[in-house]
Design a protein around this ligand. Structure first.
Ligand SMILES: [Zn+2]
Length: 292
């Protein structure tokens, strides 16, 4: 290995060798591109995760949970991250540069409620959450799911601002998740950019969610006036939370029409995979252009 150049670390100001960094996905090692020493690098390695929108959402969400009811490992947290992204897509966001508003008012609702009977806590996991209209969440807030889905656990240790990061570091591979989902630090106090995303309507979200939770869905509620669609879809959601998924599915079949599978299936491609594919397509295109 060649002799390492000594630089001034931009974090601690000490004259040191640049940190050796490991790509969390490929495992490849290389010298950091920025002037940072190994000690400071180790401290900031999960910075991207914690300062991302998801990291900030997770901190608030964990404070309502406990050590027993949060994802148990990296795979469970990855599933929750996928669901959180689907939730954001479903809401749709509009920003005029000043304010961000949702197109659809959804919540990530607990199926087994957070505050269950006695000391039970509903888990914050992929299979115990459902993207549903916010209005419904307020009405059902602590109603236990009828055929208790066994997604509640006995209360564990509280999670606070002081133990949040340590609990996460201990359980999850945070740099890996940050790389897979291309998580980036959320800008603080900076001007908002203008953007619009359309969101996903309630009948499509309903079918997608039932399917994601394992029910054999092949239909969506369509072919009615918009207000009727909304009322019927809300009715099915209501049945789901009050009576259960099997009856909700029956009710959906009564009002629904067959739809293409691609319409109600989620895309689990990791953002970093998508970026890689886009790069490859561009490279291919450049080659083809160069060939002329
Ligand atoms: Zn340093």
């Amino acid at each position: 290995m060649s002799k390492q150049q000594v630089v001034t670390c931009k974090e601690c100001g000490k004259r040191r060798v640049k940190a050796l960094t490991t790509n969390p996905i490929t495992g490849k090692q290389r010298r950091s591109t920025i002037k940072i020493c190994q000690d400071c690098h180790s401290k900031t390695i999960d910075y991207k995760f914690f300062s991302s929108s998801f990291g900030q959402w997770l901190r608030r969400a964990f404070q309502r949970q406990c050590t027993n009811s949060i994802p148990s490992d990296t795979n469970e947290l990855r599933a929750l991250l996928h669901l959180w992204k689907f939730y954001r897509q479903a809401c749709g966001f509009k920003s005029d540069g000043q304010e961000v508003t949702k197109t659809y008012d959804y919540h990530l609702c607990h199926i087994d409620p957070i505050k269950g009977e006695g000391e039970l806590v509903g888990k914050l996991t992929y299979s115990n959450l459902m993207i549903a209209p916010a209005k419904l969440n307020r009405e059902h807030s602590n109603l236990p799911f009828p055929f208790t889905s066994k997604q509640s656990v006995l209360k564990g240790e509280n999670i606070t601002d002081s133990n949040f990061k340590d609990i996460c570091r201990e359980r999850y591979d945070l740099p890996l998740l940050a790389a897979e989902f291309c998580l980036i630090p959320q800008k603080k106090g900076g001007a908002l950019t203008e953007f619009t995303s359309s969101g996903v309507n309630i009948s499509t979200t309903l079918s997608k969610e039932l399917k994601r939770l394992g029910y054999p869905v092949t239909q969506t509620i369509a072919n009615h006036p918009p207000q009727t669609i909304e009322r019927l879809a809300n009715g099915v959601y209501d049945t789901f939370f009050k009576v259960g998924g099997t009856l909700a599915l029956k009710e959906l079949a009564q009002h629904g029409t067959q739809c293409d599978n691609s319409m109600i299936e989620y895309d689990f491609t990791l953002p970093h995979e998508r970026v890689k594919m886009a790069k490859e397509t561009r490279k291919q295109l450049e080659k083809e252009i160069a060939a002329f």
